[in-house]
Design a protein around this ligand. Sequence first.
Ligand SMILES: *Cc1c(COP(=O)(O)O)cnc(C)c1O
Length: 387
Amino acid sequence: MKVPLLDLKPQLESLHGEILEAVTRVVESTRYIMGPEIENLEKEIAEYCGTADAVGVSSGTDALLLSLMALDIGPGDLVLTTDFSFFATAGVISRLNATPVFLDIDPENWNLDPVQLEQKLESMSSDDRKRVKAIIVVHLYGQSAEMKPLLDCAEKYGIPVIEDAAQAIGAECRINGSPRKVGSMGTFGCFSFFPSKNLGGIGDGGIITVQDPELASVLRLKRVHGGEKKYYHRVIGGNFRLDPIQAAVIRVKLPHLNSWHRKRRENALYYNQLFEKAGLAPKVLTPPELHDSELNFPHIYNQYVIRAEQRDELREFLLESECATEVYYPVPFHLQECFSDLDCDAGSLKHSEHAANTVLALPIFPELTREMQDYLVDQIRLFYQNQ
Ligand SMILES: *Cc1c(COP(=O)(O)O)cnc(C)c1O
């Protein structure tokens, strides 16, 4: 049996006619830049996430970049963020000539550890602390970070929080007992429509959720080169526009998103049961859910990530049995070559380094079959049996 990491075909087949209709609608409208598809999607995403507004952009990376630009972040500024995420989270900081400061993760759920954030800010000189212009919190793999203590800490020091929610659209946590969706808690929420995300387009795309109307205007201004009036530029922006074809396709998919989340959750539950039955702990640990199960979506499982002993050997073995897996991410930020000038030594952020050496993502897409899951977990059992 072949088990792919991700298969986009079944989802395409189920929506084939509607997607082609949406694409055709844009093509025939001859409205190829901005327009009603973007405006409607912005309203629909804002409603889905529970925010006042949303601003469509060209990618998840550009969502992060534009958010930092809207806060006027530049040379001399510091941005605190997690050490363990997709590269875009850190890359955007350096692209604006600001300096990223990487913080260790919670070893249980891989998200930014609120204790590390608090300690870092406390230990800084007041001059350095004044240079901290933003905190980027990532909701890794589809599960919200522990937002309450992170937000409390950010508020105490008056620092805006940007949520990198690229992997987590629809995921929830609780603030003072009330459910909140990711992207609705920070100053900005950054989302990606990259095809492998839970809500994926047929190319690149992204969106920023925002509560403050003034900041929403800044995003819209800087999305189009900072020109309010055509060819007159008050500030410098870029071309960060979302393609209306992508917007139209995302609008077809959005009404199905929750049902796909639920299927991913069912797959995750089934994996958990299979691993339990196989008795592989502590060699294999299943992903923890940090938030309470009374929420609709305490985790949306963009990735189902196990911790595995002899991870690389296991991955090789699975590849030979035609089971695809992936390592998100093999190198933490502080050990990336491009950040070597930040002088962050190996061993300094130990939980993030440990995660990079042990995490393994298994296929979790909604249409994954029980047979595929049975086969995959059986192969994992065989690997450890032969050790
Ligand atoms: C996918 C992703 C991004 C970037 O999104 P793109 O649309 O690919 O630019 C940023 N951050 C995280 C955590 C991601 O997973």
